[in-house]
Write a protein that binds this ligand. Structure first.
Ligand SMILES: Cc1cc2nc3c(=O)[nH]c(=O)nc-3n(C[C@H](O)[C@H](O)[C@H](O)COP(=O)(O)OP(=O)(O)OC[C@H]3O[C@@H](n4cnc5c(N)ncnc54)[C@H](O)[C@@H]3O)c2cc1C
Length: 414
């Protein structure tokens, strides 16, 4: 690798954001809004932001279950609706990162193009497609927009009494099962889970949600591990065969293998390993945010894959990038949670207030109030992305727990 092949440093600082999800959009907007406010000889005045995303739309992933069940027409917004007007958008997919040359290769409709950077923001998110055992093509994936259109069509085509099995016992699985059952009471909807459904929730909250699921006609098959998804049947580790008309895979999210393929340090799941400032542990020019990163445990041990995590991580990634541009000390991450929230169809929901470390507080709202609160939170996410275009820091999350209070949470989704 010769020096001459590297992306040359100039007075302009080029930031490339890979992925226009919650983390990537927030990061891009905060950097550009800070640039707009920079004065005098602040080097932030000279930064430029390019966002690479496979499509020209922002996907509100937290609403995909609504699209799948047919209770919402779409969960996409044109990128200009949420992105700062000065963000240059390249519609394409980054297929490799050459960290030594500070360059990415982007596959676009016009072919593969190289793109140099001074700082890269790695925010490629997650999906369920990466984690289905056996033959993945027989399951519909809960986590991405393209798969959601096919799932919506498959559900709409089902005759009454058809069987829908939703695999996974976490919040995403429950939201999908409830949304489908509420929209289509004529279908038999069952959650199949390797352990207890929502086992991470406090017993009272869980009991209330389970009652709502029962009221919607959703059944739960717990302690059942799916070993393989076949054509129209689930094969369990215990040897049972469970037929289905539609299977929705909503078990653990997996991440794209871009970081691993590019030779960057990752954890076992392929998430980019970042330190307490969100800088890649082996490449100082790469900053990560969102579902696709594994944050140093001393500041990120309590974090789960969630929009509620991706947005504050995106905000912090922007702050780290701005500190790099300004030659200042990089800020250490401190983010915590305020609530866990679930929709249970359009008429019910559950919002559990939590401490910064994500442990429950004895305060929650269920039923219609829960549904209203959850809907307000969904709207707030997009409102805050937009607000960051004009005011860096418009979105802020609670501070993280004190180091001694941080539990290590193994749950990988939501
Ligand atoms: C049905 C459902 C309901 C959910 N509900 C909630 C909820 O209520 N609350 C909550 O907190 N979380 C919820 N989540 C989880 C939440 O959606 C994710 O945690 C969140 O989207 C992560 O944000 P992100 O920015 O890291 O990634 P994403 O939102 O996944 O965005 C990543 C972006 O990167 C792009 N990308 C990927 N690879 C490349 C590449 N090689 N080159 C360029 N671009 C690339 C993707 O196309 C995408 O646009 C839900 C998820 C699902 C599926």
């Amino acid at each position: 690798m010769t020096k001459s092949s590297e992306h040359p440093r100039s007075s302009e600082h080029s930031v490339v954001v890979v992925g226009a999800g919650y983390a990537g959009v927030l990061a891009a907007n905060r950097i550009l809004a800070a640039r707009d406010r920079a004065r005098g000889d602040d080097p932030a005045r000279n930064c430029r932001v390019t966002v690479v995303n496979p499509r020209a739309q922002f996907v509100e992933r937290i609403r995909l279950h609504q699209v799948a069940a047919g209770t919402r027409a779409s969960a996409t917004l044109p990128l200009p609706d949420v992105l700062h007007a000065d963000a240059q958008v390249i519609v394409g997919e980054v297929r490799s990162i050459d960290a030594d040359r500070r360059c990415v290769e982007v596959t676009t409709a016009d072919g593969v193009v190289p793109l140099g950077y001074d700082t890269l923001v790695y925010a490629v998110g997650s999906g369920t497609a990466h984690s289905v055992p056996g033959s993945g093509e027989h399951a519909h994936h809960a986590g991405d927009d393209a798969a959601t259109s096919a799932l919506r069509a498959a559900l709409a085509a089902l005759a009454p009494e058809a069987v829908v099995r939703v695999v996974g016992g976490g919040a995403t699985s429950v939201e999908i099962a409830a949304e489908v059952a509420a929209a289509r009471p004529d279908l038999a909807v069952e959650i199949v889970s390797a352990d207890r459904v929502l086992g991470f929730m406090r017993p009272r909250a869980r009991a209330r949600i389970m009652r709502t699921l029962t009221g919607l006609g959703v059944t739960c098959r717990e302690d059942t591990r799916v070993a393989r998804v076949g054509a129209h049947e689930l094969h369990t580790a215990e040897g049972a065969v469970l037929p289905f008309d539609v299977c929705v895979w909503a078990a653990a999210f997996g991440v794209p293998d871009l970081a691993r393929r590019s030779g960057l340090a990752t954890d076992a799941a392929g998430r980019l390993r970042v330190d307490a400032t969100l800088t890649s542990v082996d490449h100082p020019d790469i900053v990560g945010a969102g579902d696709a990163v594994a944050v140093a445990p001393e500041v990120g041990g309590h974090l789960r894959m969630a929009c509620a995590t991706a947005m504050p991580l995106g905000g912090h990634a922007a702050t780290t990038v701005l500190a790099r541009i300004r030659g200042r000390a990089l800020p250490v991450l401190s983010i915590g949670f305020a609530a866990q929230c679930l929709s249970l169809g359009r008429k019910a929901g559950y919002v559990q207030l939590v401490r910064a470390d994500d442990s429950p507080r004895p305060l929650a709202a269920g039923g219609r109030l829960g549904a209203t609160a959850k809907e307000a939170i969904c709207r707030m996410t997009v409102d805050k992305l937009r607000a960051e275009r004009a005011r860096p820091g418009a979105f802020h999350a609670p501070k993280g727990p004190a180091p001694a209070a941080r539990p290590r949470i193994e749950e990988t989704s939501r």
